[in-house]
Design a protein around this ligand. Structure first.
Ligand code: HPA
Length: 271
């Protein structure tokens, strides 16, 4: 069923797009400006794409952008689907199935996250080295379609080490300080309590957020290579003032964004 839906969606997109993508970027917080780095060939609003989840927020339809960065064929997701919005995991991760079927082999993801590592500061960029999945529903639960991937995917290196090395080298050359760490993904939409931030740090998390993990699981299941980065927009473990607002998160993400955009566009050009 899902296999047929993917084929239908891919047939539609292929009929609209001249150059098929090899790279996909999910424009989470901190990468929105990358739309300026892409030479746009086509834009497809989600509302026009068969089988794509539809945005529940009026006037906030997302879109797929197709084009090139340097000479690399890229697709971008402007607008992602969060589990807390009410989408089920198949909807959240349907775009990754479509990416793979279009020919994408590398997926790049960004997000905003709360920092728990004591060395982190607001505005830091953290490359994701590993994750802990605390979502209440797994995107691969249910009957497995072997055409999409194996029943029990290996998760020993979801974030490709060669890409991590390359991204570190690019950041170093550009004089951009970056951190590296473990991202904990959970459903939200509440930010964490003080006790939860402490607990998430104790179990091995450096940063926490409400996206990315389901997307990466399905990317790995389908055989794509992944690079991901967080922008640290707040610090959950600080003892003093501990309130967090969505506005603060957006402001911190926007400030750090140009640095992450530079790293990602250089990374795409270099692979
Ligand atoms: N927790 C969860 N999600 C987030 C946070 C956080 O502290 N900051 C930005 N997204």
């Amino acid at each position: 069923m899902i296999f047929e839906k993917i084929q239908e969606t891919v047939a539609f997109i292929s009929s609209k797009v001249t150059t098929l993508p090899k790279y996909a970027v999910i424009l989470g917080s901190g990468l929105g400006g990358l739309t300026k780095a892409i030479q746009v060939e086509h834009e497809l609003p989600y509302s026009e794409i068969p089988n794509f989840p539809q945005s529940t927020v009026e006037g906030h339809d997302g879109k797929l952008i197709f084009g090139t960065i340097g000479d690399k064929p890229v697709m971008m997701m402007a607008g992602r689907f969060h589990y807390y919005e009410g989408y089920n995991m198949q909807e959240v991760t349907f775009p990754m199935r479509v990416m793979k079927a279009l020919g994408v082999d590398t997926m790049i993801v960004s997000n905003a996250a709360g920092g728990m590592n004591k060395d982190f500061r607001i505005g830091d960029i953290m490359f994701i080295r590993d994750h802990i999945n605390l979502f209440p529903e797994h995107p691969l639960r249910g009957k497995n379609d072997e055409r999409l991937g194996v029943r029990f995917p290996d998760m020993s290196e979801p974030y490709n080490l060669a890409l991590l090395d390359k991204a570190h080298a690019i950041a170093r050359d550009a004089g951009i300080d970056v951190k590296e760490g473990v991202y904990v993904g959970l459903q939200g939409p509440t930010f964490e309590t003080r006790a939860e931030y402490k607990w998430l740090h104790v179990i091995g998390g450096d940063a926490v957020g409400m996206s990315t993990v389901p997307e990466v699981i399905v990317a790995i299941h389908s055989g794509m290579t992944v690079f991901a980065a967080s922008i640290i927009t707040d610090l959950g473990i600080r003892e003093e003032q501990n309130t967090i607002t969505h506005e603060e998160v957006l402001a911190a993400a926007n400030e750090a964004a140009p640095k992450l955009e530079k790293i990602v566009s250089e990374l795409i050009k270099s692979i």
